[in-house]
Write a protein that binds this ligand. Sequence first.
Ligand SMILES: [Zn+2]
Ligand SMILES: [Zn+2]
Length: 431
Amino acid sequence: MTAGIRGMAALLVFGCGLAEAAPDWSAAASDIEARVIAHRRHLHQYPELSNREFETAKYLAQHLRALGLAVETGIAHTGVVAVLEGDKPGKTVALRADMDGLPVTEQTGLPFASTVKTTYDGREVGVMHACGHDGHMAILLGVAELLAARRAELPGTVKFIFQPAEESPPVGEDGGAKLMVEQGVLSTAPKPDAIFGLHLLSMYESGQVGWRSGGIMASADDLRIVVHGKQTHGAAPWLGIDPVVVAAQIVLGLQTIASRQMASTEAPVIVTIGKVDGGVRDNIIPDRVEMKGTLRALNEPMRRDLHARVKRTAEKIAESAGARAEVFIAERHAYPVTYNDPALMRRMLPSLQDEFGERLIEAQPILGAEDFSFFQREIPGLYLFVGIRPSDVPAEDFPANHSPKFTMDEAALAVGVRTLSRLAWDYLAAP
Ligand SMILES: [Zn+2]
Ligand SMILES: [Zn+2]
């Protein structure tokens, strides 16, 4: 497979003559690497929570304006959008980085570690870029610098999207990619034809880039089931309807959906019940049990199918016992599948293969969710993984994203710059 793809890359390179004119992104990224690292360290030291990225937005806007880009702020609360128009006509491509940190108290001991504190859910907590979004922003600033310097040859327009609240907005607020889409970031001029984004990930080695066609990250929908029974004494269950037993049957019944009902060779689905709540005393059968969980899928048809089966299974099991189940799906969270458009992936894969060779790997899907999916629901898009783990550190010893010890090999930032620069340039340069 690798040889085949490399062959395709060679054909593209020599067949259309793009490569001769295209910049050497490896050299270009090296030239600005120190500045990209400095951006990352500054942003790392001053993280802000979702929908509170005020200083972050100012920092980004100031640097983007200095590059000569047209900058708009205050989109989806604190988002920043910058437009670079090339001197040659062409399509428009969007590139996205997320901006928010997490309520995590940093324990890295780095000289630029965050000491920021804030109140979250009524408690004092530290704030940390524990998911690498500092790196994402630094990468995109680097890409903006490289492409702005090549404006005279740039065949089209690049829309840089700095998005707040990827980790989800605070309870009771809207925000993130969904709100950016609602506010027209993809539908107002210049209207992007495609979008690219990436995530720095601890599970891959620094230098590696992971791609996948189709679902690369899962949909995530919250699930709440309320089982209504009839209260009675624990020693006389026949005088009531026991919702605890019904809830137990539902938990087990739901697990048979993935194992018995869905096409497991096509893609996995997950049903997790993470919370069961009912009753107050050992010998009283309560009248109600509430359960909460999460549903994951890797393509939209299976997602819809899963929802219908969960609802049917819970309702019919309850009915069989004379109880009643109410099923609520996606009351708070409804993230679509992060779905890499197969045609766009096929088109861009030779560029990535040419750029990274053996360091480009086909990634396993992750069943976590990512709100980049809201952009991909509107226009074709690709989401890639960029490794950050030093090659001499085993995966099990390296802190994962969201850990208070999360850190990165900063050499990965240049890899990220190459990834997005190359994708944007080749997308626009292709006939
Ligand atoms: Zn995260
Ligand atoms: Zn993240």
